[in-house]
Design a protein around this ligand. Sequence first.
Ligand code: COA
Ligand code: ZN
Length: 308
Amino acid sequence: MLSHLSHDILIREVGLRDGLQAEQKFVPTEDKLSIAHALTEAGLREIEATSFVSPRAVPQMRDAAELVDKLGQPEGVTYSALVVNRRGAEDAIKSGVKELQYVVSCSETHSQKNVRMSVEDALGQAAEITGLAKEHGLIIRTALATTFGCPYEGKVSYDRVYELLDTLFSLGVQRVSLADTAGLGNPQQVSELVRGILTRFPADGFSLHFHDTRGLGLACVLAGLWGGIQVIESSIGGLGGCPFIPNATGNIATEDVVYMVESMGVSTGLDRQKLMDAALLTEKVLGRELNSRQLSLARNHQCQTHEW
Ligand code: COA
Ligand code: ZN
């Protein structure tokens, strides 16, 4: 059912973490800092900046502590860090980060490949990490990976998602990102699942996170927004891809989501020109073209600044 979007939305930027983690070539800390500053200049206030994980598993994030230290804590901006175990959580807390993002997968196989742990063990650890976060006054979020399907195990039932959400909230997790890690979701499924979730849990507990692997990312965003979700995770330039998912592609691009919702009259509070500057800077840093629609339009000179 089509409906009117009556609420503003918040974009949670994940390019520096979900985006860069798949980049083979190490991006120098100073360049990550420049991208972060361009993002905050554009008005982004929630930014997943890095992960405190094994540098052997994800070499790109080996400068996590240095990056968090240099980012500091600008007024009104929350930099968050992904952690997958207690050691990562302790290191992240030591670095001064104010928000932890943990991850639990709906799929056993993906859980094993991503964090070498069963889902049950990951939930057990969620309790520990949540406790640690609370003790230090940190916000604790969890990404529920493969919510919309797993490339190894296929469909994930809605009941499985509800059951995992029940457990996570009972452990004290404050926010959950419903993550379409492999880009397998479709708008109908998003609509049904969001409806089911919001009859069970409060809307402000959730964000949606889509990869555009099959070109359905923006359609899924819209289905989620129409369903009542208010926070969308996306990455500048459409960077991204999980190193533990075959043929993973990027997240939906921040500038494309912003274009879509603002053209519908919905505010994101972001400066669109400065967002493009951040996307162009990211391309420059990586030395290659990124594939957001807004960037391709700008490249083809079909779009004047004021139009997008
Ligand atoms: N920070 C830094 N190093 C860590 C670490 C952390 N939080 N946790 C583990 N390590 C190191 C260990 O010291 C060990 O190093 P070594 O081989 O030099 O001795 C190595 O990682 C393996 O540790 P181990 O405890 O045996 O873990 P494992 O092999 O069972 O699992 C993970 C390793 C899960 C810690 C690792 O695969 C990982 O960090 N994965 C990242 C997943 C990720 O970022 N996914 C992103 C998508 S959500
Ligand atoms: Zn992702």
